[in-house]
Design a protein around this ligand. Structure first.
Ligand SMILES: Nc1ncnc2c1ncn2[C@@H]1O[C@H](COP(=O)(O)OP(=O)(O)O)[C@@H](O)[C@H]1O
Ligand SMILES: [Mg+2]
Length: 372
C-alpha cells in the first residue's frame, strides 16, 4: 500500500483530474405551518466550503458519519445537483452542466457508483441489458454485433465476473450482492471514465466480500489509472484502501492528508473520536481513551449549525475561540499535505509540541488538552 502510494506520487500519475473548490450546497427547507407567512427561509447546510482534488491513479477517501454531507459532495461532483457556491474543475476547466449533451459528455468522464447495487440495477433487466445500454449511451458499443459482444465480455472480465457467459444473461436477483456491485462497476466502466465516485460502495455488502470489491477497485485504479473518490463511514477501510484521506464533519472538511498519517496520527479531535470508535481491535487496544476524552453527543443540526467550529459542542478540547471563530486549515507538518481545521494547531503550537509522541497518542491528546 505504502509502496504503491509512493510509486504513484513519484511518477506522472498524479495528474489532477477533478477538483472541487469551495463547494457548497444548502438545501431549502420546506416551510411548515406559520412559517409560510415568514420571509425567513431556512436551509440545510449540507455541504460548506469543501475543496478536494482527485488525481489519476489515486484513491481519495472521504470519511464521515452518516449525515455529514458525503453523498451530497459526490452528487455535486457528478453534477446531479446544482451547487449553491463553489467551483468544479475537470482538468482545470470549470464545468457546470445540467442535462442533455453536455451532461452526458461530463458523465462519460466522471461516473458514480452507489451504495445499494440492488436499487441501482433494474430488476426486470439482465446484466446484458444494463451493460449494453451503458456502452450505447457512451458510443462504445462498436459497429457490429461482434463488437458489442466483445465489449460486453471485456467489461465483465475487467470486474472479474468470469467466465462472462455465466453472468451476461442473469437478472440482478440471480446474483449475490458482491456480484451485483461488480455489475454496477462494470456499467460505470462502460463509459470509459477518468474518475469514479464510489459512494459507500461496500457498506451494504457482507463483510466477507467487501475486501474483494475494494481490491477490484484498487486493481482498476492501477490498471486503468482511474481517479477514485471512495466515500465511507469506516475510517479503517480508508487506511487500507485510500492513498489520501479527507475527514468531514457536519458538512465541513476537518482534516486531510495521506491516509497513513491521518489514520495513524489523527490531528483533529473529531478524527481521533472516529478512530477510537472504529471497530478495529488494534486501535481499541492502542487507545484506551476515557469517556470524557472521547467527547460525547450527536452531530449537530445542519439547519442551525453551531457557530465557530461545528465540532465544538462535542469536543473534549474546546476553547473559547472555537465557539465563535471558524478554524481555517492549519498545516500539521508531519506527513504529506497533512492539515486540520482546528484551533489547537494555530500558530504551530500544537504542531511543534506534539512532535515526537505522535498527536494521535493519548499522550498527545492530553497535551492538546492543556490549550483548553
Ligand atoms: N435532497 C435533500 N434535501 C434536503 N436535505 C438533504 C437532501 N439530501 C441530503 N440532505 C441533508 O443533507 C445532510 C447531508 O446528507 P448526505 O450528503 O446524504 O450525508 P451522508 O452521505 O454523509 O450521510 C443531511 O442532513 C441530509 O438530511
Ligand atoms: Mg451517504
Amino acid at each position: 500500500m505504502t509502496a504503491s502510494g509512493m510509486k504513484a506520487s513519484a511518477s506522472e500519475t498524479t495528474e489532477v483530474v477533478l477538483e472541487a473548490d469551495g463547494l457548497t450546497k444548502h438545501f431549502p427547507v420546506r416551510k411548515r405551518g406559520r412559517e409560510v407567512f415568514s420571509k425567513v427561509s431556512r436551509v440545510v447546510r449540507a455541504v460548506d466550503d469543501v475543496s478536494l482534488t482527485l488525481r489519476r491513479g489515486r484513491v481519495t477517501a472521504l470519511v464521515g458519519e452518516s449525515g455529514s454531507g458525503k453523498s451530497t459532495v459526490a452528487r455535486l461532483l457528478a453534477q446531479l445537483y446544482d451547487r449553491t457556491a463553489g467551483d468544479i474543475k475537470l482538468h482545470g476547466e470549470s464545468v457546470s452542466v445540467k442535462s442533455g449533451k453536455r451532461f452526458r459528455a461530463y458523465s462519460r468522464r466522471v461516473q458514480m457508483i452507489f451504495q445499494d447495487p440492488f436499487a441501482s440495477l433494474n430488476p426486470v433487466h439482465t446484466v446484458r441489458y444494463h451493460l449494453t445500454r451503458a456502452l450505447k449511451i457512451h458510443d462504445r458499443a462498436g459497429k457490429t454485433k461482434e463488437d458489442l459482444e466483445k465489449a460486453l465480455e471485456a467489461l465483465l472480465t475487467r470486474v472479474q465476473l468470469t467466465p462472462p457467459e455465466r453472468y451476461i444473461d442473469k437478472f440482478p436477483h440471480e446474483l449475490s450482492g458482491g456480484q451485483r456491485q461488480r455489475v454496477a462497476i462494470a456499467r460505470a466502466l462502460g463509459a470509459d471514465p477518468e474518475a469514479l465516485l464510489a459512494d459507500e460502495p461496500v457498506s451494504m455488502l457482507d463483510v466477507s466480500i467487501r475486501l474483494g470489491v475494494l481490491n477490484l477497485l484498487r486493481d482498476l485504479k492501477e490498471r486503468l489509472n482511474l481517479a477514485i473518490l471512495y466515500i465511507t463511514h469506516d475510517i479503517a477501510s480508508a487506511r487500507y484502501f485510500a492513498d489520501e484521506t479527507i475527514v468531514m464533519y457536519a458538512g465541513r472538511i476537518v482534516e486531510g492528508g495521506d491516509s497513513e498519517t491521518v489514520t495513524q496520527r489523527p490531528a483533529h479531535p473529531y478524527t481521533q473520536l472516529l478512530i477510537d470508535s472504529a471497530p478495529d481491535p488494534d486501535q481499541i487496544a492502542a487507545h484506551s481513551a476515557s469517556e470524557k476524552d472521547r467527547g460525547t453527543g450527536e452531530p449537530p443540526s445542519l439547519i442551525n449549525p453551531p457557530a465557530g467550529c461545528r465540532f465544538h459542542p462535542r469536543c473534549p478540547h474546546v476553547m473559547d475561540r472555537c465557539r465563535t471563530e471558524l478554524p481555517p486549515r492549519f498545516e500539521i507538518g508531519d506527513g504529506p499535505g497533512h492539515f486540520a481545521a482546528c484551533w489547537l494547531y494555530a500558530d504551530g503550537q500544537a504542531t511543534s509540541e506534539s512532535s515526537g509522541t505522535g498527536p494521535g497518542s493519548s499522550d498527545g491528546r492530553a497535551r492538546s488538552g492543556e490549550h483548553a
